[in-house]
Design a protein around this ligand. Structure first.
Ligand SMILES: Nc1ncnc2c1ncn2[C@@H]1O[C@H](COP(=O)(O)OP(=O)(O)O)[C@@H](O)[C@H]1O
Ligand SMILES: [Mg+2]
Length: 348
């Protein structure tokens, strides 16, 4: 792997960051913004910069070594991909659904975007607290459906801009799909087929990290973050990734099981409505189902297991999904029903 030199600037250090912002002319020479380190991410440093004039920025700096237990490296040049994502999603996503890009500096592996104003909530935090607002689910589906539809409409340009899939391969296909396949013999052929199919399906702009954790809710509207694995590829991946989050919560938040099951069904219906008559809509459903199963298993047996699922949950999800992979349901409706039944029958 190519890693572009070691970077001296650490944006989590307020003094050096302020000096950098002054020297690069981003702020006035005498200005001292308030710098707050934001928690949450594993692959970047993320810092809130609040200026005296009332402006608030979030700066992200890509790390070469991710903050996980295992040694996991990724080229920090991916910050350039995230900046491209921010720039183009401003045109593809619904208005206000992404943060405006302010500036980028590839040499220091950083970018700045406008901060989502406070107060805001993280959609994952709301979901795990059982606060499932139907309008949030609708927006969550419409947001990705709009990106997929517009990405397809502008496919000539988008296919060139987001042609490179190396970060998607190293941060998604390998840790979620290939690694899980290597650990779960009974799922190996399922993943091999799905990986080959995914590489061959190149229809539109795919976010690649479409998780409630990467969505903030401000004044009732969703704002999507974290675009470092964006690429031109298979929209079914985003559907599977997102649906696996909804279904893992149906499993985990027992009191809201039916609410999350309904949310997964609504997500699919609203999404279909948002993509409209794109020619790849026809055979999307069974493929989206297969990505959902692949992600459900990856989130309990891959390199990046969901932290809120305990050992008993992980085992139950593991067995339910491996059984479903033998005869994958043909529709989202059926998949949701079977998954919820399987985990409920297993005594949870
Ligand atoms: N534009 C923004 N406005 C407000 N908070 C943000 C913004 N961008 C990121 N954050 C905060 O930083 C956290 C990590 O950002 P994210 O882009 O998801 O980084 P990572 O790639 O490390 O996961 C988010 O969950 C959010 O709380
Ligand atoms: Mg994130």
């Amino acid at each position: 792997m190519k890693v572009t030199g070691s970077i001296a600037l650490d944006i989590e250090q307020a003094g050096p960051l302020t000096a950098y912002l002054r020297e690069s002319g981003r702020i006035a020479a005498g200005e001292s913004p308030r710098v707050t380190v934001l928690a949450g991410g594993v692959s970047n440093r993320t810092v809130l910069v609040e200026r005296g004039n009332g402006e608030a920025w979030v700066m992200k700096q890509a790390l070469a070594k991710l903050r996980v237990k295992a040694d996991w490296f990724s080229d920090p040049a991916r910050i350039g991909r995230e900046a491209a994502g921010l720039r183009w999603l401003a045109e593809l996503a619904p208005p206000g659904a992404t943060a405006p890009l302010l500036f980028e500096d590839h040499a220091n592996h950083l970018l700045a975007m406008r901060a989502v104003p406070r107060p805001h909530d993280n959609l994952k935090t709301l979901f795990l607290a059982g606060l499932v607002d139907p309008d949030h689910v609708i927006q969550f589906a419409r947001l990705i459906g709009t990106i997929h539809r517009r990405g397809w409409e502008r496919r000539g340009e988008m296919a060139r801009l987001f042609d490179d899939r190396s970060f998607f391969e190293s941060l998604r296909i390998e840790p979620y799909y290939s690694y899980t396949a290597s650990r779960v013999t009974d799922a190996a052929a399922f993943y091999a087929d799905l990986i080959a199919q995914t590489r061959g399906r190149r229809f539109t702009v795919v976010h690649g990290d479409y998780s409630p954790k990467n969505v903030l809710v401000h004044a009732g509207s969703l704002v999507l973050l974290d675009h470092e694995v964006i690429h031109f590829g298979d929209p079914a991946f985003d559907l599977g990734f997102a649906s696996a989050h909804l279904l893992s919560k149906a499993h985990h938040v027992v009191a809201c099981r039916e609410i999350f099951a309904a949310a997964a069904r609504v997500f699919w219906k609203v999404y279909l409505d948002a993509i409209g008559d794109v020619p790849w809509a026809g055979d999307l459903e069974p493929i989206a189902v297969r990505h959902t199963l692949a992600c459900l298993l990856a989130r309990v047996a891959g390199r990046s297991p969901l932290e809120y699922l305990g050992e008993a949950d992980r085992n139950r999800q593991f067995h339910a999904v491996v059984a479903m992979m033998c005869r994958p349901p043909g529709s989202v409706d059926e998949m949701v029903g079977v998954f919820v039944n399987e985990v409920s029958d297993a005594g949870h």
